[in-house]
Write a protein that binds this ligand. Structure first.
Ligand code: PGA
Length: 242
């Protein structure tokens, strides 16, 4: 695991964008695994700027996202499809038909999950998977639990995640209670993983990621079993790291 401590959020965003750009430079038709949430917004802004400046070309890139709320259509402003269009895809030269987000409106979510895994396999897997981390150590919607699931699956959100995500909705009652998410097995198949975190609220979870111990009560600790992980965090998120 390579750990880079940036001085603040902006530097974290810039360094993370450079990691993504390096992958596309080497492989113009790369498959990028993308993530939503507040953390990657700055990185996406950097990538948009790099694209406008001619420093990164998305015309042959394919993307697969980690997760989606169940019950929200892609044009719902809080859906992750909408987030990706709004924060990245609408502003870069990507072919949107090659951008994949799980379908939260699928009638059979289990089947949607199996098809999503199949799609990723057919694409040859992700060349780099971007991950944020929850205050509780979740990655995508893989919440702390006794068991973790390998493939893309239907999952319930923990109360702490519902509370953390309520800031994006008009009221906490509007936060969906279930989601479809890539599982840890699918995430771990990525050729490279880029984990980003900013702020003191992530310090405890990050401490776990670098602890040398693996536990399902902090799902992100599993990343220690992957052979190519880059962790880019700001000083606040690194507060408990020695
Ligand atoms: P955040 O979410 O980037 O909005 O903090 C990260 C996550 O919950 O995975």
């Amino acid at each position: 695991m390579k750990v880079i401590i940036a001085k603040d959020y902006d530097e974290m965003s810039r360094l993370a964008a450079e990691e993504m750009a390096k992958v596309v430079e080497v492989k113009p038709n790369a498959v990028l695994g993308l993530a939503t949430g507040g953390t990657p917004v700055g990185m996406y802004k950097e990538l948009i700027k790099m694209n406008k400046d001619g420093k990164i070309d998305f015309s042959n890139v394919t993307t697969v996202n980690l997760d989606e709320y169940v019950g929200l259509a892609g044009d719902h402003p809080q859906s992750y499809r909408y987030f990706m269009n709004d924060n990245l895809f609408n502003h870069i030269n990507i072919d949107k038909s090659r951008t994949f987000v799980p379908n939260g409106l699928a009638e059979d979510i289990a089947e949607e999950g199996r098809n999503y895994d199949k799609k990723i396999d057919e694409l040859g897997g992700t060349d780099i998977q971007l991950l944020g981390i929850g205050n509780n150590g979740h990655i995508a919607f893989n919440e702390p639990d006794q068991d973790l699931v390998a493939g893309t699956h239907l999952t319930g959100l923990t109360q702490s995640t519902i509370e953390a995500n309520a800031r994006f909705f008009d009221s906490i009652d509007e936060v969906p209670k279930t989601a479809i998410t890539m599982g840890l097995g699918q995430i771990m198949k990525a050729k490279k993983i880029l984990l980003v975190a900013s702020g003191e609220s992530k310090a405890e979870a990050i401490k776990g990621v670098l602890s040398g111990k693996i536990t399902t009560s902090n799902p992100a600790t599993m990343l220690q079993m992957h052979r190519d992980v880059v962790v880019i965090i700001d000083e606040a998120a690194a507060k408990l790291v020695k």
